[in-house]
Structure formats: structure tokens, C-alpha cells
Design a protein around this ligand. Structure first.
Ligand SMILES: [Zn+2]
Ligand SMILES: [Zn+2]
Length: 208
């Protein structure tokens, strides 16, 4: 059976059409998808490659959902576009969990795991994916530098202190307070930005 026959064989119902779209769409060998990184889950059934050199962001999340879902004090995630990833077997060998409704339907945003060894693979958001870099085969100093965490979020829910001098957001990054040992110049800059936003709202009469 060649690739086109295999493709025809897998006709998915309309409501499962998302399985054929990014991030699950399998790239054809003739597509220009440069392989910058390779990654695999613990058992090796789930394998993927990444084309992007540097994640859009890399952060540590201390929220209690991440603590429970990863059975760890915090989560390390790197953000990519859905087009940056190529799962070798597409949607196969994956399972989904929606922590909001506690359902195993594919409903965004959701958690994605290996259906065999249950290693967490990524969080799939509406527009982006948050990959867990522990699965990526980082081979060089440069690779590790590219994935290095840039901030902490939901640090207010932490189980331990990480005095590393990185920015620490009380809740969501860019939308909460910078706390603990966040770089002071960044705290001042962020306060100025918020002050400006408050002034603009006040002038528009939206300060209620
Ligand atoms: Zn696995
Ligand atoms: Zn979290």
C-alpha cells in the first residue's frame, strides 16, 4: 500500500477533521519541513520533529493544575506554532484531556499525552502549542540555550522557591504582578506600563 492509498484508507468523519489539521497533520516527505529537533515520549511510540530553531517562549508554570497533571512541583513548557511540529504518526498514539470540563474529548485548550506510556507531550491551545522540552533531544549547548526558561508564571502557587533572578509572575505572564526576585528594572518598567494603561482608561472614562 503506498502513501496515497494509506491516506484514502484513513477517511475521518467530519467531526474528527481536526486530526488532519496542524499540529496533527503529517507532513509529506516532499514538503519543505526542515528538521531542527527530534523528540520522543518515554516508550517511543510518539515521535515528532520541530522545524523552528527557537521557541516563541519558554517558561515554568507553578499552577496547581500543572502540579497535579505532571505530578511535579512545576511544569516546563516551550511555545511553538502548530505548523512547527510534525508528529511521525499524526494523531495516532495520542490521547487528550480537557482539564476545564474534565473530559477526554479533544476540546481546546487541552492536554495531550502518549496513549501508551502516558508521558505528557504538550498543551494544545487554540492558536499555539506548549511543548514539554523534557522530550526534546537537546544535544548541544546552543540547543539547551534556545529552550532555557525565560520566566516563571503562577509563582504565587509555588511549592518551592527558585531564586534564579528570572521574572516571576504571580499569575499569567504579562497579566499579573511581578513578585519575589523579579529583575527590579523589569518591575519598574511594567509598573510604568500599567500606570499608563490606567491613565488611558481614566481618560476614556472606563475607570469604573
Ligand atoms: Zn509513550
Ligand atoms: Zn500551569
Amino acid at each position: 500500500m503506498d502513501a496515497s492509498q494509506a491516506k484514502q484508507k484513513e477517511s475521518v468523519p467530519a467531526k474528527e477533521e481536526w486530526k488532519m489539521r496542524p499540529p496533527y497533520r503529517v507532513h509529506e516527505p516532499n514538503e519543505n519541513f526542515p528538521v531542527r529537533y527530534e523528540a520522543s515520549c518515554h516508550c517511543g511510540k510518539v515521535q515528532y520533529t520541530l522545524s523552528r530553531e527557537e521557541p516563541l517562549d519558554s517558561k515554568l508554570c507553578h499552577c496547581t493544575t500543572c502540579q497535579t497533571q505532571h505530578a511535579a512541583p512545576f511544569q516546563w513548557a516551550a511555545i511553538f506554532h502548530k505548523d512547527d511540529i510534525n508528529f511521525k504518526h499524526g494523531h495516532h498514539d495520542l490521547e487528550w484531556y480537557d482539564p476545564t470540563e474534565k473530559s477526554i474529548e479533544h476540546k481546546l485548550p487541552c492536554k495531550v499525552r502518549c496513549s501508551y506510556c502516558h508521558s505528557p507531550i504538550m498543551d494544545e491551545g487554540r492558536n499555539m502549542i506548549l511543548l514539554f522540552p523534557s522530550l526534546v533531544h537537546l544535544k548541544t549547548e546552543e540547543d539547551r540555550h534556545n529552550f532555557k526558561p525565560r520566566c516563571h508564571m503562577f509563582y504565587g502557587q509555588r511549592v518551592m522557591d527558585i531564586p534564579d533572578g528570572l521574572p516571576k509572575w504571580d499569575g499569567l505572564n504579562q497579566e499579573s504582578d511581578l513578585i519575589e526576585d523579579s529583575p527590579p528594572e523589569m518591575v519598574r518598567e511594567y509598573e510604568r506600563k500599567r500606570e499608563k494603561e490606567r491613565d488611558e482608561k481614566f481618560q476614556k472614562g472606563e475607570n469604573k
